[in-house]
Design a protein around this ligand. Sequence first.
Ligand code: PGA
Length: 248
Amino acid sequence: MKVIIVKNYDEMSKEAAKIVSDQIEKNSKSVIGLATGGTPEGMYKELINKRLSWKDVTTFNLDEYVGIPKEHPLSYYTYMYENLFNHIDIKHENVFIPNGNGDINKNGKEYDELIQKHNGVDLQVLGIGENAHIAFNEPGSSFTAGTREVELTESTINANARYFASKDEVPKTAISMGIGTLMKAKKIILLASGTKKMFAIKDTIEGPITEKVPGSILQKHPDVTIIIDEDAAKALESRMHLACACEE
Ligand code: PGA
């Protein structure tokens, strides 16, 4: 596990965008796994500014709410088009986002098959929840699960309520790539910013590998880079020994 500590959110976004653009420059037919939420928004802005061609790139998103139409203003489908896809030359047919309507577990199985048909994800971008969830794999999720319907915890519903008119409007379930699916990605980058994430980051990097801390499974992946700002790194005991790109 490689850990890069940078000064702030903007530096984190730049560092992450560089890794994604390097991947696409190295292989114009890359399969990229994408995340939603507040964390990657800056990375998407940086990527748009780079003006690289995504015309042969395929993307698979991590998750989607269950039970809201994809055109809903708060769906992850809408998020992805507004934050990235409307601003780059990606082909609509190369964009895959889990379908949160209909038979969810069937959709999940088909999604995993589709990823396999594309020879897997070359580079997966991840955020992390305050409870250390990755995608919507909440604490207690199986390390071997595939894409499926998952229940959101109170902590996740509270965190996501900021986007909705009220907490009651936050969907209670989602369709999410499973940890078994995520771990098959050839390379993973995980981004986190702010003190709200510091304990999730500490447990992910320094804690025991346990299903109670979904992020901790990443310790077992052969190619993971964690990019965090100084605030998200605050609880790390190993902080002093890590390369810090935040010095003046
Ligand atoms: P956030 O969400 O980027 O909005 O903090 C991250 C996550 O829940 O995985």
